[in-house]
Design a protein around this ligand. Structure first.
Ligand SMILES: [Zn+2]
Length: 276
């Protein structure tokens, strides 16, 4: 049983502020340690549940946050931003995936740091259904028949997944009161619960999902029409209204890869237009 642990940062217990997850800030140093501790709790649970190999895939920002020196010495680590499967790199070689520290989609009310991939994106839809990063990663994993055995984050995330991934177990590690405020659960309880839930997920993983039938239509609403002027230049990507693009990809992997390119281009356009 090979386990992929994809770890984002906004949904880690303790995190509330954008500066907590922003490389270069004083707070960020602390939260890298908390992120690594959650990855270690999941790793320990996975090995207890029968994992033969655990790969921790760093999935936040430039994807080089997890501290290798304090990571469980039995775990592999994927670190760095350029990778074919982005937040779920390693899915090709996995039997079960665990998503740690994930967050609710952009627009979710009262949910810590809720967003979808980038500050440039207002809404993401796959085949007409609004989704966040969790559903996107789960669909890429499904392309390889890999089930998601557990998702952790705040209560806003757990609630949003009730509609889109109702059979996937979730673990709430903090209760959000606002975009930048949460009531933390005791840290010892959180780490023990992550280990327990991961052990249970690995010991009896969900059934292997069928690969989503292609093609996939992706629709992205951006925050500002200026972003469309450049994103719309990407071949296969078509502007359908002043702030929305759409494209159709043959499968989930290429759908996610084109989305990654759209996001990079939109962020560059946003900087060029001094919109942030
Ligand atoms: Zn993140």
């Amino acid at each position: 049983m090979r386990v992929l642990v994809s770890v984002d940062m906004e949904g880690v217990a303790g995190v509330t502020s954008p500066t907590d997850v922003m490389p270069g800030t004083d707070e960020y140093r602390r939260f890298r340690e908390l992120m690594t501790a959650e990855a270690n709790a999941a790793g320990a649970g996975a090995f207890d549940g029968g994992a033969t190999a655990v790969t921790v895939t760093d999935s936040h920002d430039r994807m080089r946050n997890v501290l290798y020196e304090t990571l469980d010495p039995r775990a592999h680590l994927v670190s760095g931003p350029v990778r074919p499967l982005e937040m779920v790199e390693g899915a090709r070689q996995a039997d079960c995936a665990i998503f740690l520290g994930y967050h609710a989609p952009g627009g979710t009310p009262r949910s810590v740091l809720a967003h979808t991939l980038s500050v440039t994106i207002r809404r993401l839809q796959l085949d007409g259904v609004a989704v966040g990063e969790t559903e996107l990663g789960a669909r890429v994993c499904a392309q390889f028949g890999v089930p998601v055995g557990l998702v952790t984050g705040d209560d806003g995330l757990a609630q949003s997944l009730r509609h889109t991934m109702p059979s996937t177990p979730t673990l709430v590690v903090k209760d959000s009161l606002a975009y930048g405020t949460a009531r933390m659960r005791p840290r010892g309880e959180v780490l023990a619960a992550i280990a327990d839930a991961t052990r249970a997920a690995v010991a009896s993983p969900p059934p292997r999902p069928a690969p989503p039938p292609g093609p996939v239509t992706v629709t992205v609403d951006f925050l500002h029409p200026a972003l469309i002027e450049t994103v719309g230049l990407i071949p296969t990507v078509t502007a359908i209204d002043p702030a929305t693009v759409t494209y159709t990809a043959p499968d989930m992997v290429s759908a996610a890869q084109v989305l990654g390119i759209c996001t990079l281009v939109a962020e560059d356009a946003m900087r060029a237009a001094h919109l942030w």
